[in-house]
Every structure is written in structure tokens, then in C-alpha cells.
Write a protein that binds this ligand. Structure first.
Ligand code: KG4
Ligand code: ZN
Length: 340
């Protein structure tokens, strides 16, 4: 008998992107993301504005995802949604929408951990993208998270290192703010870093034991350095912007790679998969590639649209949980501090 196709609607609303996706088994049919531009003028995500924008976006985004997938809501097998971690007001919009939509359609709901989803996004079937082999190390790097996760199976994950303060994306964004760049500054630093000298300026790496990270001291080091130099030369930033960006990026990537080397050594695992917005960074991509030659790593970088927050990654987790009949009940709550 032919295997029946499973259609899952995925919904993501944990931070400032409203996203809906439809997956047929492990193939994404649509992945619609509405970014919220409103936060740019504030230099960071404003939770109350994020939740209001989710409310405005959710219905059109879901409608668009079904339309692009060319299916009707009655063909859906289940609805998967991000239950955490994230901003409470933002999570509530996706959670309530998923629960009521599924209730109306009389189909199961599946709660998804956003951090697991960043890692399991690697199992979305895509031409020319290889899927990681278990066990592997997942490095999730974004504006909200920095974690090294040991992944022994789809749902057998253990966080073996994480940031004790700022996330790596914040290190990019806050350094960018000091330099007068717009928000989020990560992509702009990346662009300028390609034109500058990474060894022009030296920033000390924070000393944190084991596999944990710390980025708040790094941001302060950038601030003091810039203040000192601007005192001597008011045009210091303008005159050296590309070199400063290259040096900042070089230091941040060095911190990530040092911890990955240690994690690989301690666990004996040489398969490494990255996820989260910062995995778009060209520096980390190049560093991982050279890790393949230098350390014998096999590295996995997802397709760009599955690195930043998106519902495709929620839908793939929905599919994997659907196969195990791992459903939630209508009393499931949004869980801002959900852990892996
Ligand atoms: O995963 P994401 O879209 O949202 C969450 O924070 O969950 O990640 C956004 C973060 C921002 O901090 C942004 O500056 C950073 O990813 N980012 C980058 C690059 N593209 C996005 N950082 C460095 N280089 C990039 N090319
Ligand atoms: Zn994320």
C-alpha cells in the first residue's frame, strides 16, 4: 500500500518573525515569513510591538502558506507551533492561533521547542543538502541564543555549552550599535568584514570555563576601545570601519571555533551542524569549511531560509513528532523559558 502523505502546518511566532509553512512529509511546500520592520527604529525587538504585529500578520501569513502549498486547510494532518522558548506575548499569538485552528478542523496539535527546531531544520529534505549523521554537535547561534548541543537522535539532545549572558547575535548587533550601524548589524558587519583586515585590531577573548560562552565583556571591550580611539581621532570609526568590523568578526568567530574544537575533543564527535541567524555569517561558514581540512570535521550548514527564524523548521519537527503520535492537548501553554 502506498504511504499516505502527511501534511503539517507549522507556525512560528517566538520573537519578531511571523511565519507559517506547509510540509508534506519531510519536503517543505511553502515557508512564508513576515519580518517586523517596526523594531529597526528602536535598535532591538520591543516585545509589546512584536506581539501586536504577530496578531496582524498571522492570518494573512497562514493563508499565504496554504495557498503557496496549493492545499486546503481540510487536507492538513496536524498543526505544529512554537511553544517556547521566546517572548511570552509573541508565543501566545501562535499558540492560541494553532490551538483554535486545529480545534476547528478537529486535527491534532503538536508543540515544538524552537531550539530543537533550529537543529532539526537540517532534516528538511533539500536537493544538494546533506543531512547530519547521529551523533552530531549542533551549534545554534542567533540574536537570542548561543548553544552547543549534543544530538544523539532526533529528540535525544543535551545542551553541553551555552552563553552565560549575551547571545552571539547580540555581540554583533551591540558592537554595530557602538559603531553607529543600523539594527540588526550582523549582516552589515559581515559585509564590511570582507573588505577589511581581521588582524588590524586585537580584542581579547573572554575567559569562560568549559563549553560555555560569554559575550557581554566583549561588547564592553569594543566600547572602551572605540571610546579611547575616538578621543585621539574623532574620525577613527569612519576611517577604519571595515577593519574594525573585520576584527570584531574575526574575534567572535574565533570564540565560537575554540569552543567547538573543545566540544569535539571532549565528545569525540566530528560531525557539526549549525543553525540560527548568525549561521548566515560568511566568517563562520569559512571557518567551518577549513575545520573540515584542519580537524577532520564534517560540517552541515542549512539552506539560508532555514537558518533564521522560520516555520519550515517548526513543520519538520511537527512531522517527526507526528510519526511518533507525540501530540499536545488543548491545555498546552506557551512556555517562554522552555529548555531543550
Ligand atoms: O535567528 P535570527 O533571525 O533571530 C533570532 O535572534 O532568533 O537571528 C538574528 C541574528 C541577529 O543578531 C543578526 O544580527 C544575526 O542573526 N545575523 C548575522 C548575519 N545575519 C544575521 N550575524 C552575523 N553575520 C550575518 N551575516
Ligand atoms: Zn531562533
Amino acid at each position: 500500500m502506498a504511504k499516505q502523505n502527511i501534511y503539517i502546518l507549522g507556525i512560528e511566532s517566538s520573537c519578531d518573525d511571523t511565519s507559517a509553512a506547509v510540509i508534506c512529509n519531510n519536503v517543505v511546500l511553502s515557508n512564508v515569513v513576515a519580518n517586523q520592520k517596526i523594531h529597526e527604529e528602536y535598535g532591538g525587538v520591543v516585545p509589546e510591538l512584536a506581539s501586536r504585529a504577530h496578531q496582524q500578520n498571522i492570518v494573512p501569513v497562514v493563508h499565504q502558506a496554504l495557498k503557496q502549498a496549493n492545499i486546503t486547510k481540510h487536507e492538513l494532518s496536524a498543526i505544529a507551533f512554537t511553544s517556547g522558548p521566546g517572548l511570552m506575548g509573541s508565543l501566545l499569538v501562535g499558540t492560541s492561533f494553532a490551538k483554535s485552528f486545529a480545534f476547528g478542523l478537529n486535527i491534532p496539535i503538536i508543540d515544538v521547542n524552537h531550539m530543537q527546531a533550529h537543529i532539526l531544520a537540517h532534516f528538511i529534505k533539500e536537493e544538494n543538502f546533506k543531512q547530519p549523521e547521529f551523533p552530531f554537535l549542533g551549534l545554534t547561534i542567533s540574536g537570542g541564543h548561543t548553544q552547543i548541543v549534543r544530538v544523539d537522535d532526533y529528540f535525544k539532545m543535551n545542551v553541553i555549552g551555552e552563553t552565560i549572558d549575551d547571545a552571539v547575535g547580540e555581540a554583533f548587533d551591540k558592537s554595530g550599535k557602538i559603531l553607529g550601524l543600523g539594527y540588526p548589524a550582523g549582516p552589515e558587519i559581515d559585509r564590511r568584514a570582507k573588505l577589511g583586515n581581521p588582524k588590524a585590531f586585537k580584542f581579547t577573548k573572554p575567559k569562560v570555563d568549559g563549553l560555555n560562552f560569554s559575550f557581554s565583556g566583549f561588547k564592553t571591550a569594543v566600547l572602551y576601545f572605540i571610546q579611547k580611539e575616538v578621543k585621539k581621532n574623532p574620525n577613527f570609526i569612519e576611517n577604519n570601519l571595515n577593519d574594525i568590523c573585520a576584527s570584531i568578526q574575526y574575534t567572535i568567530i574565533g570564540i565560537l571555533i575554540d569552543k567547538l574544537k573543545l566540544a569535539s575533543k571532549e565528545t569525540g564527535i566530528k560531525h557539526i551542524a549549525i543553525g540560527g541567524g548568525v549561521s548566515a555569517n560568511s566568517g563562520i561558514r569559512n571557518a567551518l569549511k577549513s575545520g573540515e581540512q584542519k580537524f577532520g570535521w564534517t560540517t552541515y550548514v542549512p539552506k539560508f531560509e532555514y537558518t533564521t527564524d522560520n516555520a519550515g523548521m517548526i513543520a519538520i519537527v511537527g512531522y517527526l513528532k507526528y510519526l511518533k503520535s507525540d501530540f499536545a492537548t488543548q491545555d498546552v501553554m506557551a512556555s517562554p523559558r522552555l529548555k531543550i
